[in-house]
Design a protein around this ligand. Structure first.
Ligand SMILES: NC(=O)c1ccc[n+]([C@@H]2O[C@H](COP(=O)([O-])OP(=O)(O)OC[C@H]3O[C@@H](n4cnc5c(N)ncnc54)[C@H](OP(=O)(O)O)[C@@H]3O)[C@@H](O)[C@H]2O)c1
Length: 304
């Protein structure tokens, strides 16, 4: 198992399984498939509406002796509310209640990582973070962190004298490399986790209703015969998805690819048998164009 140490010594597996857009009633089958394929890290959220199905898959894996609870790394996230969407920010007590509700749906006594989903909590952001600090002290989360936080949001926590988040889960792929933010995270021992690592693929979120900020132009770009990822995939004898996931791992970012397709679930896990060479890493470094596409409303790290 390839892992990275968080600042408090907890080990996070580099390979995780994402579950956004997997409905609750499919999650038990799909997450079960991922656990059988060897994933030992699962990423869900209150906002994905599938914690019950994810929890059921975990319970079945434990009951059939596929794995022990302590061999699995489970992440969930609490939805902070967003006043810009008419959704009142949660305070400290509501944040704590949200964790209790997530644990209940998951059927777990604790999670390995609990995150604030986005910096949308406005004047409640620090209270929300304090609630996570308390939950960790009470043993309900082995590690705590944030997601979609920019430097300004992390500096707010620092200025308040509160503990530093262990991770910041972000949209990170060759088209969205966020160099200044990543430099800040490295300086402060905050581990970046890469989501939407596969965004440059032409197959990324193509089903109807899977909204994003990826434009038709960018989709066509991913289909070009001379796409850098196609050329590298042929060179290493792997898929373009494996190139994108391997790139993230070589940057030190745990990855959480999502798929509902069993063959893709298995191949996305097979990323430790090759390395992208220095020349290709340098070529990928030039591809950043600040295209954060996962959220239809644009890059959430810019939230006020
Ligand atoms: N914190 C946040 O705000 C945030 C935001 C977004 C995502 N996330 C987390 O990160 C996870 C991953 O991000 P994501 O779901 O946006 O995108 P992703 O994992 O980068 O890509 C998933 C998309 O790529 C397709 N795909 C997967 N494997 C493929 C392969 N080998 N070849 C071709 N296409 C492939 C999938 O289709 P099929 O299912 O048909 O294979 C799906 O459309 C999420 O599930 C969620 O857990 C977090």
């Amino acid at each position: 198992m390839h892992t990275r140490s968080l600042s408090n010594g907890v080990e996070i597996p580099y390979l995780g399984f994402g579950t956004y857009l997997i409905p609750d009633d499919e999650a038990v089958t799909v997450v079960g498939e991922a656990l059988r394929a060897g994933y030992r890290h699962v990423d869900t959220a209150e906002g994905y509406g599938n914690e019950h199905g994810v929890g059921e898959a975990i319970r079945q894996a434990i009951d059939t002796s596929l794995l022990k609870r302590e061999e699995l790394f489970v992440t969930t996230k609490f939805w902070p509310g967003n006043p810009a969407w008419g959704d009142a920010p949660k305070g400290r007590t509501e944040t704590r209640a949200a964790l209790a509700a997530s644990l209940e749906r998951l059927g777990l006594d604790y999670v390995d990582l609990y995150l604030i989903h986005a910096p949308f909590g406005a004047d409640q952001r620090l209270d929300q973070w304090q609630a996570l600090v308390d939950a960790q002290a009470d043993g309900l989360a082995r590690a705590i962190g944030v997601s979609n936080f920019g430097v300004q949001h992390l500096e707010e926590i620092r200025a308040a004298g509160l503990p530093t988040p262990a991770v910041n889960q972000l949209e990170l792929h060759p088209w969205s490399q966020k160099p200044e933010l990543v430099a800040y995270l490295n300086e402060h021992q905050i581990v970046p986790i890469s989501y939407s690592s596969l965004a440059p693929l032409s197959t990324w979120r193509v089903a109807p209703g899977q909204d994003s900020a990826k434009t038709a132009d960018m989709r066509t770009d991913g289909e070009r015969q001379d796409s850098a990822f196609k050329v590298m995939a042929a060179k290493y004898g792997v898929s373009e998805a494996q190139v994108l996931l391997r790139w993230a791992v070589q940057q030190g970012y745990p990855v959480i690819p999502k798929s509902t397709n069993p063959a893709r679930i298995r191949s996305n896990a097979d990323i430790f048998g090759f390395s992208i060479d220095a020349g290709d890493l340098a070529a990928i470094a030039t591809l950043n164009r600040d295209n954060a596409v996962a959220w239809a409303m644009g890059d959430p790290t810019q939230a006020g």
